[in-house]
Design a protein around this ligand. Structure first.
Ligand code: NZQ
Ligand code: ZN
Length: 390
């Protein structure tokens, strides 16, 4: 187990209909000028927008709508302008991870004089840590990213074909997690979100730290929960228990808790971010396509014991032969993802040519430092091209 520090200041308000009573004060504690951010309109269809506006009727609410999946820097620029012009005190973000990721960067951009694209990537993260950050309150409507309890954002620049991380100094101040608000999430987004959760757990599980049994056991338990409840949520969208387990699972999978004592960074996410950057595909679907391929690629005599433990603890596989159990675990992972109706090929998400594979692989290796011991197993550009083409 490696050394670690852990602190998380997000106040979680989990459960049914809490916004009606609690949202006003959760927001107003930070001031009267509110920037309300949301996406393409799902919150209007579901009636949530009306409930939010009723709760905030005595505050000055300025709106930024239209934040797209794989949120674009253009939305951040628009938010920066509004936050400055209206002397915003607090951002209320209502939606999925994309809306929330954008809100967190706008919260920094209010205090920045330049173009907010400078706040993205490694240098951008450094800059953000020297800036103040507005408090962000959120109402989550899609279980997936964990953005509701972490300091990360992933922002795209369509002109540059780039999609990069950015980390701010603060996690959201208050997150309202009402599983009922996810009943209207489509099958496609439910499957994608569920696999995103699973991928976050897998990225943290396949780690070079040894004897890290507390964290490993926590992850195995969460993986079993996601495997159990995701297909139920896909089939029965208004199953409260399924939605509740996915929502809390998403939050717990990526609030740093599941990586305490770990040694290395992630691999599949930087590779997927290239797919989303070039082809604007759904993040969780990209991960679903890539993860079993990555698992096959890195299974070796060195890693087979870890994969066999994964098979026994997560998939209830039996047998003494580590290599066979490991292979069966990878197959079980593939079958489960497919059962969620995620297309398992790139043509399935309308990527029909390999023109960009080498450039994308070069970017993924550089950004993720995949050949520099930053991942579980080092990967070269050729490895990543092979994963795309598998
Ligand atoms: O825009 P609206 O109309 O709200 O519709 C959204 C959007 O079209 C819809 N939706 C959300 N809640 C709904 C709903 N539809 C019906 N009912 C509801 N209750 O779902 C679509 C997708 O929303 P989005 O926010 O894009 O999904 P998600 O939460 O999966 O976020 C994905 C983004 O987060 C990034 C991804 O790369 C991607 O850009 N990530 C952020 C992370 C973080 N901050 O820590 C980590 C992740 O690994 C990930 O990279
Ligand atoms: Zn993810």
């Amino acid at each position: 187990m490696e050394d670690f520090s852990f602190q998380n200041k997000t106040a979680i308000r989990f459960g049914k209909n809490r916004i009606d009573e609690e949202l006003h004060d959760a927001v107003a504690q930070f001031g009267h000028n509110v920037l309300l951010t949301y996406g393409g309109g799902s919150i209007k269809k579901s009636g949530l927008y009306g409930r939010v506006m009723a709760a905030l009727s005595d505050l000055n609410v300025v709106e930024l709508s239209g934040i797209a999946p794989n949120p674009k820097v253009t939305s951040i620029r628009a938010g920066q302008k509004l936050a400055k012009e209206h002397v915003i005190d607090v951002i209320l973000s209502v939606g999925g991870g994309s809306v929330l990721d954008a809100a967190k960067v706008i919260a920094s951009a209010k205090f920045y004089e330049g173009d907010p694209w400078n706040l993205i990537g490694v240098a951008g993260t450094k800059r953000r840590h020297q800036l103040a950050q507005l408090p962000v309150v959120d109402i989550l409507t899609l279980a997936a990213t964990g953005s509701e309890m972490n300091n990360g954002s992933v922002i795209s620049n369509a002109q540059l074909n780039m999609k990069l991380d950015s980390f701010g100094p603060q996690t959201p101040a208050v997150s309202f997690l009402d599983p009922q608000l996810t009943y209207s999430v489509s099958k496609w987004q439910t499957a994608a979100g569920s696999f995103d959760i699973f991928s976050h757990l897998a990225e943290q599980y396949f780690d070079r730290a040894t004897a890290n049994d507390v964290t490993s056991g926590i992850i195995e338990g969460m993986m079993r929960a996601i495997i159990k409840w995701a297909p139920i949520a896909v089939q029965e969208p208004d199953n409260y228990d399924a939605r509740a387990n996915l929502m809390w699972g998403a939050t717990m999978a990526l609030n740093d808790f599941a990586s305490l004592g770990n040694a290395n960074d992630w691999t599949v996410h930087p590779i997927e971010h290239e797919l989303s950057a070039y082809y604007d595909i759904t993040h969780g679907v990209g991960l679903g396509i890539l993860t079993p391929r990555w698992m096959k690629r890195v299974l070796s005599t060195e890693t087979q014991a870890r994969f066999a433990r994964y098979g026994r603890e997560v998939w209830h596989l039996t047998g003494d032969h580590d290599q066979l159990v490991a292979q069966a675990a990878i197959q079980a992972t593939y079958d489960w993802i497919k059962s969620l109706e995620i297309p398992m090929t790139l043509p399935g998400v309308h990527i029909n040519d390999d023109t960009n594979f080498v450039r994308m692989a070069q970017n993924a290796v550089r950004v993720g430092r995949l050949d520099h011991n930053d991942g579980y197993v080092n990967l070269t550009v050729d490895d990543v091209v092979a994963i795309f083409g598998a």
